[in-house]
Design a protein around this ligand. Structure first.
Ligand code: HEM
Length: 277
C-alpha cells in the first residue's frame, strides 16, 4: 500500500493524465457540448465586437438569427448585400442582382419574408401581417413553396433564420412552423398517391368541337406518351375532394372498380365518350 502511494507521488503527472483520459472518454458527449457552448460564446463576442450597425446573434452553428428590422437592411441599396426570407429561412441572393436588385422584377421579395407571393404572384401590396402566412394555402401551393426553398438552397447561400412566424427568438422552430411541415407532409403524401394513380391509369386523349362537345378516348400512348400494350377504356376518376375528375384509361380487368365512374350516355366498352360541361 505504502509502495503504491510512493509510486503515485513519483508519477503523479502520468496518473493525472490517465485519470483525465478516462474521464474524457466517459463524459465524451458532455465535453463536446461544453466545447460547443464555449465556441458559440466566443463567436457571439466576436460578432458583437465586429458589427455595430447590424448585430448578429449566433445561436447555433447552422446560421444566424435575424430580426425583421435587421433583414430589411439587406436590401441591395448603397452596395448592401441582398437577402430574402422564404418560410423563415434567410438566403443571400446578392448573386442574383439582375432579378432582385433595386428596381428589378423580383425586388419585392428582398429584405423580408413574402413567402405567399411565391405562389400568389402578388408583387405589389406587401402586408407584413399576411405576407408569410402560408397555412391556408392549397396543398399544391405548399409543395410549390417547398420547391422554391430547395431552389434557394441549391442556387444561393443560406444565411440563417428570421425571427417571426417560423422561428422564435432562440432560433427554434415554432408551433406554426411545425404545422406547416405537417401540412406539407400531408400534401406530399396526397400528391404521391395521385401520381401513382396517374401512372397506373394514364390519361385519355381529349378534344373539343362545337358540334360534339368534349370527346375523350384511349390509345396505347395516351396520357404520358409512353407505349403500353393496352389502350384501356375512358372512365371518370375523381379527385380526393370528389369535386373534380379527369379522364383515365382503365384496363378491362378493372372496369368494375367503384373508384371509376362511367360517362353518361356512353356504352360500357365504348372506346370513346362524349360529354358537355
Ligand atoms: C407566381 C409567379 C412568379 C414568381 C413567384 C416568380 C419568381 C421568380 C423568381 C424569384 C425569379 C428569380 C430566380 C433566380 O433567383 O434565379 C424569377 C425569374 C424569372 N422569371 Fe419569374 N416568377 C413568376 C412568374 C413569372 C412569369 C409569369 C414569367 C413570364 C411571363 C416569369 C419569367 C421569369 C424569367 C424570364 C426569369 C429569369 C430567368 C433567368 O434569367 O434565369 N416569371 N421568377
Amino acid at each position: 500500500m505504502f509502495g503504491f502511494v510512493k509510486l503515485l507521488f513519483k508519477y503523479r503527472l502520468a496518473f493525472i493524465l490517465i485519470i483525465i483520459a478516462v474521464l474524457v472518454k466517459l463524459y465524451q458527449k458532455d465535453v463536446v457540448q461544453l466545447l460547443q457552448i464555449a465556441a458559440t460564446r466566443y463567436l457571439n463576442l466576436a460578432a458583437n465586437k465586429q458589427t455595430d450597425s447590424v448585430s448578429v446573434q449566433f445561436t447555433d452553428t447552422r446560421g444566424n438569427l435575424y430580426t425583421p428590422e435587421q433583414l430589411a437592411t439587406y436590401n441591395g441599396e448603397n452596395g448592401a448585400a441582398i437577402y430574402l426570407s422564404l418560410l423563415g429561412a434567410v438566403f443571400d441572393v446578392s448573386r442574383g442582382l439582375k432579378h432582385y436588385g433595386p428596381g428589378c422584377s423580383y425586388n419585392y421579395f428582398v429584405g423580408r419574408d413574402a413567402s405567399v407571393s411565391f405562389v400568389s404572384g402578388e408583387f405589389e401590396h406587401y402586408d407584413p401581417k399576411t405576407a408569410d402566412d402560408v397555412l391556408s394555402l392549397k396543398p399544391s401551393d405548399l409543395i410549390e413553396l417547398a420547391k422554391w426553398q430547395q431552389f434557394y438552397e441549391k442556387e444561393y447561400t443560406y444565411k440563417g433564420k428570421l425571427i417571426g412566424r417560423f422561428y422564435d427568438k432562440e432560433g427554434k422552430s415554432t408551433v406554426y412552423h411545425q404545422k406547416y411541415l405537417a401540412l406539407l407532409d400531408q400534401a406530399q403524401i396526397a400528391k404521391a398517391q395521385v401520381d401513382e394513380l396517374r401512372n397506373r391509369y394514364p390519361g385519355c386523349n381529349i378534344e373539343w368541337s362545337e358540334a360534339k362537345g368534349t370527346r375523350v378516348w384511349c390509345t396505347t400512348t395516351s396520357g404520358d406518351g409512353k407505349k403500353r400494350d393496352w389502350p384501356g377504356y375512358p372512365r371518370k376518376l375523381y379527385d380526393r375532394d370528389n369535386k373534380n375528375f379527369h379522364c383515365a384509361c382503365v384496363p378491362e380487368a378493372e372496369l368494375n372498380d367503384p373508384m371509376f365512374k362511367s360517362y353518361e350516355n356512353c356504352a360500357f366498352r365504348s372506346e370513346e365518350c362524349f360529354y358537355r360541361v
